[in-house]
Design a protein around this ligand. Structure first.
Ligand code: GLN
Length: 196
């Protein structure tokens, strides 16, 4: 049985733990490098990417996560987590991300008028999903190795690249568990190949 960690430095990590537990997955909070060493996959929650990036640097988890991800650990970043995974962050507010995924992400790009909203999404292989967007970033461009799994108004909202998955919306808030389920199934099935 794989143990999935949820980065628990800041943000809505509790909802991700609940979602994983609902799926029968062994899930654990990751607050330091010792915690990270105990998990085979990692969810990076939504929250405030500027704060989270500072805490990642203070704990040394930035380098540790980067190293594990490069060795093939599966990582799913939601919202602020997606910002942290991106190689390029526009309007970065000082965020120093992990720079792992070939995507360019603009923070807070849906604007103040639409701080948060819900949308029904159609995701490849997952069907209809309810997405909650909260001060969400927009994925402005993706590299050639990145597969777009779902889009909204012509912009990608769920993308993957090898062992990395990033979404700009929060499934965990509405109790939507299918993205997590998909993530965990890939994690089990592909553990030997280290790829989705
Ligand atoms: N606006 C936040 C940021 O820039 C992300 C919001 C979220 O994770 N829901 O980090």
């Amino acid at each position: 049985m794989k143990r999935v960690g949820v980065l628990a430095l800041q943000g809505d990590f509790f909802e991700h733990l609940q979602t994983l537990k609902k799926l029968g997955v062994e899930a654990a909070e990751v607050r330091n490098q010792e915690d990270l060493a105990q998990v085979q996959g990692l969810v990076i929650p939504g929250g405030e990417s500027t704060t989270m990036s500072q805490l990642l640097a203070e704990t040394g988890l930035d380098q540790a996560i980067r190293a594990r991800a490069k060795q093939g650990m599966a990582v799913y970043g939601t919202c602020a987590g997606a910002i942290l995974l991106a190689k390029k962050v526009l309007n970065d507010g000082g965020v120093k991300g992990l720079g792992l995924m070939d995507i360019s992400v603009e923070r807070n790009a849906y604007g103040r008028q639409v701080d948060s909203f819900e949308a029904e999404l159609e995701a490849n292989g997952l069907g209809k999903l309810k997405g909650v967007f909260i001060r969400a970033p927009v994925i402005q461009s993706v590299g050639r190795g990145v597969e777009v799994l779902a889009s909204l108004d012509g912009k990608p909202v769920l993308v993957r690249q090898g062992n990395l998955l990033a979404g700009t919306f929060h499934p965990e808030i509405e109790g939507e568990a299918r993205v997590h389920q998909w993530f965990v199934e890939r994690l089990k099935a592909e553990s030997t190949k280290h790829r989705f």
